[in-house]
Design a protein around this ligand. Structure first.
Ligand SMILES: [Zn+2]
Length: 217
């Protein structure tokens, strides 16, 4: 039986009170090669979405906390795919947090920008024929990016964070964190050296989706 804790706090967002839309389900210790994290599970109250959060150290007043909203990428995070930079970004984030001894990763389980793993493989098949990541989604009748980050930000706030140093190249995630009422005191870029396999994907991300990637022209 999972110990479930209803989040009873009300969140102050843009001057108005909002009732929580995520619920904490359980937390446990998770030793990793980057140090010991606490792993927590949250469930959306407005959809079937589940979230996993890794945290090291508690929030401390006036010390901005390292945070990342990482979007699930089975192929990159688990299989070490070279088609994208996700796995290396996650690994580098965990190392940064481990070195600092404090930080939070909200792992958003929306594979392939929300289209799911099977559609992502269908999109990869179209990319094998020359489509870029955006064209492939459009040809499958899917939105380019179906992710929403509001509930990830709610989780960061549930953990007591106010000031954050965000590890991200994605301006939409930065906007969502600001809109949720957290103060971004620093952005830490994650510039992964592109490989022959990832350079096309990364340049699409930079030039067509506005990602802040310095190592791509
Ligand atoms: Zn990926």
């Amino acid at each position: 039986m999972l110990a479930e804790k209803q989040i009873s706090k009300l969140f102050l967002i843009s001057g108005a009170f909002h009732t929580p839309t995520v619920k904490h389900v359980a937390s446990a210790r998770l030793p990793t090669r980057h140090g010991e994290f606490e792993i927590s599970g949250y469930r959306s109250l407005s959809s079937g979405e589940e979230f996993v959060c890794l945290r090291m150290g508690a929030a401390v007043e006036n010390i901005p906390t390292l945070v990342r909203i990482h979007s699930q990428c089975l192929t990159g995070d688990v299989f070490g795919s070279l088609k994208c930079d996700c796995g290396l970004q996650l690994d580098r984030t965990m190392k940064l947090i481990g070195d600092e001894g404090r930080g939070v990763i909200v792992y958003q389980m929306q594979e392939g920008r929300g289209i799911g793993i099977l559609n992502k493989i269908r999109a990869y098949a179209l990319q094998d024929q020359g489509a870029d990541t955006i064209e492939a989604n459009l040809r499958l009748g899917l939105d380019v990016d179906m992710r929403h980050y509001g509930q990830c930000v709610e989780i960061l706030k549930d953990l007591g964070l106010k000031q954050v140093r965000v590890i991200s190249n994605n301006p939409l995630k930065l906007d969502a964190i600001r809109a949720g009422g957290l103060e971004i005191v620093e952005r830490i870029s994650l510039d992964i050296e592109p490989s022959d396999e990832s350079v096309f994907y990364l340049s699409t991300k930079k030039n067509l989706m506005g990602h802040l990637i310095e190592k791509i022209g």
